[in-house]
Design a protein around this ligand. Structure first.
Ligand SMILES: Cc1cc2nc3c(=O)[nH]c(=O)nc-3n(C[C@H](O)[C@H](O)[C@H](O)COP(=O)(O)O)c2cc1C
Length: 205
């Protein structure tokens, strides 16, 4: 754990004592989860149940979304024989074959549109931000259930997007945003402490 106790001692709450205790207990759990998340690429051969898959999808769909459009769509791969086609352009492909389940997070870009200067309705690039939030929710939920996961890019790499689109038969308007293998991690990967005070400016740069 990375300095969670120190972080929590800074938490402020104006409620009575009991409320303060509950809030800091909840905050401790959430902060521990955020600080412990790491990209896990080595998994054991333990399987992942459908209930867990459903829970991870629920977390992903709970992400914030511009204008609450929620452009996300998911392709869930449980059959390992389908994994290699999805990771064919990824250098960590061999490791991902061991995952228990693979989520392909896609965006229906036709759902998020705005007027262009010509009056034409064009996809609003904000779908990318929605998908980033969605992906992070999935990763944090995996961490919360003691699972290992890693965000692997599809968008914006043409080779990866094309191969995933082809292999999964995605409709033309659906963009494969990223691929997230999830498995029981083998315990070799540790979280990084990324705190860097020089990244922060107060009031003005
Ligand atoms: C947009 C994005 C794309 C990524 N693509 C890949 C990828 O294709 N393959 C991979 O193994 N890891 C990928 N990662 C994981 C990063 O390598 C990882 O987040 C980074 O090294 C920091 O490590 P951490 O997640 O353990 O904190 C990606 C992460 C992000 C946010």
């Amino acid at each position: 754990m990375l300095g969670v106790a120190a972080l929590l001692s800074l938490s402020a709450c104006n409620c009575k004592q009991e409320c303060q205790t509950n809030q800091s207990d909840n905050a401790a759990v959430v902060m521990e989860n955020i600080l412990n998340r790491k990209s896990v690429r080595s998994y054991t051969d333990q399987t992942i149940g459908d209930d867990t898959i459903q829970t991870l999808l629920r977390a992903a769909m709970s992400a914030p979304s511009g204008m609450d459009v929620r452009p996300w769509k998911f392709v869930v791969l449980k059959d390992k024989s389908n994994f290699d086609a999805i990771f064919q352009n990824n250098m960590n492909m061999e490791k991902f074959m061991q995952a228990g389940v693979v989520f392909v997070l896609c965006a229906d870009t036709t759902m998020v549109k705005r007027g262009s200067t010509t009056g034409e309705r064009v996809p609003d690039p904000i779908w990318r931000d929605d998908m980033g939030a969605c992906t992070q929710n999935l990763l944090l939920a995996a961490e919360a259930y003691g699972l290992g996961a890693v965000w692997t890019a599809c968008y914006p790499y043409a080779d990866r997007m094309e191969s995933v689109k082809r292999e999964l038969g995605l409709p033309s308007e659906v963009v494969p945003y990223c691929v997230v293998p999830v498995g029981h991690h083998d315990g070799t990967t540790q979280p990084k402490d990324k705190w860097n005070a020089s990244n922060v400016h107060y009031e003005r740069w």
